[in-house]
Design a binder for this molecule. Structure first.
Ligand SMILES: [Zn+2]
Length: 324
């Protein structure tokens, strides 16, 4: 079965982490920036462990310096999304990397990104993501920038980065500020850190979605709470395997989470770094976890119902994911 043409939603995709290697190589060549050590012999991103992954990621981002670069990046990422059957996507962006958190600079970057999104057939929204290990003060600045540019295209606020840095409670102000601006809320938790990180995130940040959240499987009471509250997990199985959260695909708890009544959707996180894309994720879920067309349609409906978009867009796209 080829899942390429199956329509898909993707809720968890980091813009810089989705940059196609060929795009970064091209930009580096244009700017005469050295990319030594970034790519392997096949032209893929090269890294051996988590720290090397971060170093490669940062080195690749060195060539992304202007609104024009980001416009081209969004176009390249959405081209790949369209090729893999994605019809709705939410791209996570960070104003810290687009003008250093300055509102005026961010507006220029964001306008450029929106131009690329408008030109794509993929229905696209953006979520602003604060970097947890930059601390609560920077998160407040980031959420203020998000709040002031909230609108049709910028619809969500979230947090990524080191899950063990401080406590979610320390970031409550940033999330309150984003909520008051009408932004949908999500946060990474339960990926590297255990179930308590998900509990703290739900208690203090009052999100409707969790980025990853897979380690909730270790706490039956938390599973019941997630199911009861209808919290949606943005699950990225290929990413979890690549970063050794689980040793291999068969060990991934996606079916156990679903069997516990937890709502979940499927995304790729930083796909070229993890040698994956949406088609590969669907293929693995089909071959290893037994998912079929109705399972994919169901998870896409869950994603669309949890999407940070306007109601007409939601209603229109939900019809795409009818039971086959
Ligand atoms: Zn992520």
């Amino acid at each position: 079965m080829n899942w390429k043409d199956t329509p898909k939603t993707e809720l968890h995709l980091h813009l810089e982490g989705a940059a196609p290697p060929a795009f970064i190589r091209q930009l580096a060549q244009e700017k005469s920036v050295s990319m030594d050590g970034v790519f392997d012999r096949n032209g893929d991103y090269q890294w051996a462990d988590f720290l090397a992954f971060l170093a490669t990621y940062e080195a690749a981002c060195e060539v992304l310096k202007s609104p024009g670069d980001y416009q081209r990046l969004v176009a390249a990422v959405l081209e790949k999304s369209a090729q893999t059957g994605v019809v709705y996507t939410e791209i996570s962006v960070c104003p810290d990397f687009c003008g250093g958190g300055d509102l005026g600079a961010w507006r220029e970057y964001f306008d450029a990104m929106c131009q690329a999104a408008d030109a794509s057939p993929v229905e696209t929204r953006f979520t602003v993501t604060a970097v947890r290990h930059f601390g609560p003060e920077q998160a407040r600045i980031t959420s203020a920038v998000a709040a002031q540019t909230a609108g049709h295209m910028l619809t969500g606020f979230g947090m990524g980065g080191d899950e063990n840095f401080m406590n979610p409670a320390d970031f409550a102000y940033a999330f309150d500020q984003a909520r008051e601006a009408g932004l949908g809320l999500t946060s990474h938790a339960g990926e590297i850190a255990g179930p308590q990180s998900v509990i703290d995130t739900l208690d203090h940040l009052k999100v409707s979605r969790i980025g990853h959240g897979v380690r909730s499987i270790e706490d039956p009471a938390l599973l019941a709470r997630l199911a009861d509250q209808g919290i949606v997990l943005e699950v990225n199985p290929g990413s979890n395997v690549a970063l050794s959260v689980y040793p291999d695909w068969p060990s991934h708890p996606i079916n156990a989470l679903r069997d516990a009544g937890v709502k979940l959707s499927v995304s790729t996180d930083d796909p070229p770094y993890f040698h994956t894309d949406m088609v590969a994720e669907y293929d693995h879920l089909h071959r290893i976890h037994g998912w079929g067309a109705s399972d994919f349609a169901a998870s896409n409906r869950i994603a669309m119902q949890a999407a940070f978009c306007d109601e007409p867009t939601r209603t229109r796209l939900l019809t795409t994911f009818q039971e086959p």
